[in-house]
Write a protein that binds this ligand. Structure first.
Ligand code: ATP
Length: 327
């Protein structure tokens, strides 16, 4: 296996996450430091197919460390899911003698990267960039810390108005398949109940939490709801609560895309800088089809196959602690 790599491309793909810019900067400057040429692919795999690729210099990535989003932009590409689409994309890389690709994204982006590697021999390495924190092989993904900080800032404000008016707020946070954001922010904001995709939450349990709160004369309550939960749409949950507790003033807040935006937190900037740096070091050392991640404060490389297919179980103790502390 030849480990000599000269030209490296970098892209961001899937949902954008705060800290992606810091990761692009780290990839670019580490590669330049090691004498490699670096190419930025705009709009993820869509831009790779459409040949939207530019060479990056050190100054191309100046002043982006503190910016949310991704200056390379992100996209979801249907065409890249086809053999023909990936062949077009690979040709655009080959035409520039690009032999390696750093993919900053989530599990879908890594699935696409693996196919590109297998079908076209391009060396790929992943950097975990998603607010969902749903990748195996890293304690945290880039963007998760900032997203949870955004959630708690908003919920603290909601709590102010909730307690002034004796209201119950249902707060919907992102998490179609995983409830990391809901679980940690629920604990961090003193939510009475946390409703998650991983858990078979029931109305009996939710109503019992509300009865306990009433018995304890709690004047404000927050219920944290992950969007992919099994009880249903947040408005359906609100209707069910109103029906069971007609005296409670129930309000719904959906935090939506605010969770993706904003300047990355210190933790996300550090994580993105370290993992972007190690992605290039890994490639130079001959690693491929792996993801750089951080476990117990140590950088580890996990096969992309495992990062995609395995799961780190949610820390359910967080839910128990949240319940004890909020009741
Ligand atoms: P997030 O977790 O933030 O949603 P993601 O990387 O999982 O990020 P996806 O939309 O699932 O986001 O994937 C990003 C892109 O990766 C897709 O638009 C598609 O181009 C490519 N991709 C995803 N799955 C596959 C697949 N099975 N085969 C080829 N390409 C894929």
């Amino acid at each position: 296996m030849s480990t000599e790599i000269n030209n490296i491309a970098v892209l961001t793909s899937g949902g954008d996450a705060p800290g992606m810019n810091a990761a692009i900067r780290a990839v670019t400057r580490t590669a330049l430091y090691h004498g490699k040429r670096v190419f930025g692919v705009y709009r993820g795999y869509e831009g790779m197919i459409e040949n939207d690729i530019v060479e990056l210099s050190s100054s191309s990535v100046k002043h982006i460390l503190a910016l949310g989003g991704t200056f390379l932009k992100s996209a979801r590409s249907q065409e890249f899911r086809t053999l023909e689409g990936r062949a077009k994309a690979a040709k655009n890389l080959r035409d520039r003698n690009i032999d390696a690709l750093v993919v900053i994204g989530g599990d879908g982006s890594f699935t696409g990267a693996l196919k590109l590697a297998e079908e076209h021999g391009i060396k790929v390495i992943g950097v975990p960039g998603t607010i969902d924190n749903d990748l195996f092989g890293t304690d945290y993904t880039i963007g998760y810390d900032t997203a949870t900080n955004t959630v708690i800032e908003s919920v603290d404000k909601i709590r102010d108005t909730a307690s002034s008016h004796n209201r119950l707020f249902l707060v919907e946070v992102m998490g179609r398949d995983t409830g990391y954001i809901a679980a940690s922010t629920g604990l961090a904001t003193g939510a009475l109940s946390i409703i998650l995709p991983e858990k078979k939450n029931t109305y009996e349990e939710l109503f019992s939490d509300l009865r306990s709160a009433q018995a304890n004369k709690k004047t404000s309550n927050i219920i944290m709801v992950a969007e992919g939960n099994h009880l249903g749409d947040i408005f359906e949950i609100a209707s069910a609560v109103r029906k069971e507790f007609p005296s409670i003033d129930v309000k719904v807040t959906t935090l939506g895309h605010t969770q993706r935006g904003g300047s990355p937190s210190t933790n996300d900037r550090v994580l993105a800088s370290v993992l972007g740096h190690y992605a290039i070091k890994g490639l130079i050392e001959g690693r491929e089809k792996v993801m750089s991640g951080m476990i117990n404060q140590k950088v580890v490389f996990t096969p992309l196959e495992d990062a995609i297919s395995k799961t780190t179980e949610l820390d359910y103790e967080m839910l128990t602690i949240a319940k004890i502390l909020a009741t």
